[in-house]
Every structure is written in C-alpha cells, then in structure tokens.
Design a protein around this ligand. Structure first.
Ligand SMILES: Nc1ncnc2c1ncn2[C@@H]1O[C@H](COP(=O)(O)OP(=O)(O)O)[C@@H](O)[C@H]1O
Ligand SMILES: [Mg+2]
Length: 312
C-alpha cells in the first residue's frame, strides 16, 4: 500500500501542504480533489520522490521515499502535471528509452513497449515525433510511460486534463481496468470523474485534508441528498405545494420553476435516510389529478459538497 505520513511542504513562508496523512490499499482508486493551489500536485511530487518533503514521508510498498528513495521510486508509475515528454523523440523511441531507464529486461523490452502502445491507443502515431502530436496524444504518451514497467503503485496528476470527452472516457476506462491489482491516486477537479472512477475521495484545501470518504458518503452530506424532484402539470401548482408541505414526512417543499400549469417542485423529506416517501407523494399527486412527468430522488451533488467544504 501507499502510506502517507504527515507530509508537509513549506515554500519560503507558504505552507503548501500541511501534515497530510492517508493510506491507499491495492484495489483502491483514490481521488485527490481540491481547488487550484490546494496542494495536490505538491503532495504527489513528494509521494513520488520528485520533491523532498519539509517533514513527514511516504512509504510505498514498504520502501520509504525519503530513506530508500530508489527502491520506492522503482515501484511507482507517475504521470506528472502537464505531461512532460521529450518533444523531438518519436513515440516508440521515447517509450523504449523509458523502458531502458526503468530497467525493463532487454529481451522483453520491445514486446512490452508494443503492448503498452496498443493499450494506450497509440498505434497510429507510434512513428510520429512527440512534437507533432495533439495535446490528448501527448497526454497518452506520458500515460504510457507511467505504466510501461507495470508498477504496483500509480500516481496520476490530472490524467484527463485537456482531453476531449471521448479521450477522457478512454483514460478512465484504462485506469479502471488496471485498478484491481494496483493502488492508484489520481488528482482532478472534475467531480464527475470522481464519481465515475474513484472508490474513495480526499478533498484538500489550503494544504489540509478536509474530507475523506466514498463518493457516495460525500454526496450524502449534500443539502439536497434524498430530496425529491417532481415535474408536474396541474390546475393549481401553488395549491398543490401547500398540500405537499402538509404531507407527513415532508419537511419542506418549494417550486423551483413554474410556467402556467407546469411546475418543477423540490420536496425535502424529514429524514432523507428513512423509508422513501416517493410512493405516497405520487399517490397524493395523482389523487389530485396532477400529471407527473418525472420524479427523481437526488443522490446529492458533489459540486455542492465540494463548494461547501472548500469555501467555508
Ligand atoms: N516551487 C514552488 N515554490 C513556491 N510555491 C509553490 C511551488 N510549487 C507550488 N507552490 C505553491 O503551493 C501551493 C500548492 O500548489 P499545487 O500543489 O501546485 O496545487 P494544486 O496542484 O492543488 O493546484 C500553491 O499556492 C502554489 O503556488
Ligand atoms: Mg496541480
């Protein structure tokens, strides 16, 4: 596993990372979330041995990144921010170079590079120089470099930054596919990504961990968690709203949008985790001859939780 112990980084007078501790087990994909400047990249640079910590350390599969740096780094694959790759090298040459540096056995090197090129959808550009690639492809080359030596521990700093929606989807698929036998940390500020890929999320703000939970657990702290959203057509939506508010189990209700007989209403239950009240609300609405177009139980929204936590 990856064990991060009270990592701290002070730049001049600024504490960029302030005593951050957590562990990531094999099989976990940890989403590292936070606004710009929160300290995500600095933390990742310290975990990967790229930047020495001011204090604290990280232990990668039993090897201390400060005390036993070379062995710790051997176990890591790292995709840094902004995908630094040698622009003048061809894709195959660059990856062969990385394989050599990583000490991949020379007998299996070419096969390993070919396999990685295939896996990262780089076959069509393998003989192009990096400089001629679009941003998404450069990102993939750097991604390929990080998994080339089949490391057990992977650190991806904003792996989908600047990619188009299809490329984002591909990268997420690749990450999910290899997650079973690896421990993965990825940073992002795309909240959908956390939902789509991560088994756990840590939110960091001003260098400190402010939340550590599953995406579901985080969403459950959202003010809209468990609320019902109904879209109806009725003779008098306002009169219905009054009746809804008086229903047992309903704490509050509000009309979010209305035009004439159409309305979108949000209903907050007394207790979002009690047995659902949707059935009763539906029965009540149809008894009053309202047409229900849609009814949705909100899981809660990560963006609301993120904003509440990182701006307070
Ligand atoms: N080499 C450095 N020298 C001085 N300040 C730095 C350096 N690297 C990062 N910082 C500062 O540390 C803070 C955290 O930066 P960073 O880890 O890049 O945040 P994030 O990746 O979450 O956007 C920022 O305020 C940034 O300006
Ligand atoms: Mg960053």
């Amino acid at each position: 596993m990856i064990e991060v112990r009270e990592l701290t980084k002070v730049f001049d007078v600024k504490t960029a990372v302030n005593s951050v501790s957590f562990t990531v087990e094999k099989g976990e994909i940890l989403g590292f979330l936070g606004p710009n400047g929160a300290g995500k990249s600095t933390t990742m640079r310290m975990i990967t041995g790229f930047l020495p910590p001011s204090s604290g350390t990280a232990v990668i599969g039993g090897c201390d990144i400060v005390g036993d740096s070379l062995n710790a780094r051997r176990k890591i694959g790292y995709l840094p921010e902004n995908a630094p790759v040698y622009r003048e090298m061809r894709v195959t040459d660059f990856l062969n170079f990385c394989a050599e540096v990583r000490g991949v056995d020379s007998g299996s090197q070419q096969a390993r590079v070919d396999e990685t090129i295939e896996k990262c959808f780089l076959s069509d550009v393998r003989f192009q120089t990096v400089a001629t690639l679009s941003k998404g492809f450069k990102q993939r080359v750097c991604f390929a470099q990080s998994i080339l030596h089949d490391p057990e521990y992977l650190i991806f700093d904003e792996p989908t930054d600047g990619l188009d929606p299809n490329q984002k989807h591909e990268v997420r698929l690749m990450i999910r596919e290899m997650s079973a036998e690896k421990a993965i940390i990825l940073s992002t500020h795309i909240l959908d990504e956390v939902d789509a890929v991560c088994s756990r999320a840590i939110i960091i703000a001003n260098g400190k961990i402010v939340a550590d939970d599953t995406p579901q657990g985080l969403k459950a702290t959202s003010p809209t968690h468990g609320s019902l959203m109904v879209r109806i057509t009725a003779e008098e939506p306002n009169a219905l709203l009054m009746l809804l508010k008086a229903e047992p189990g309903v704490k509050a209700a509000e009309i979010l949008e209305q035009s004439d007989r159409h309305a979108r209403i949000r209903i907050f239950p007394e207790n979002p985790d009690a047995p659902p009240i949707a059935d009763r609300i539906l029965a009540m609405l149809s008894a009053r001859s309202a047409t229900v177009h849609s009814l949705l139980v909100e899981e809660g929204r990560l963006d609301e939780v993120f904003r509440a936590i990182t701006t307070s």
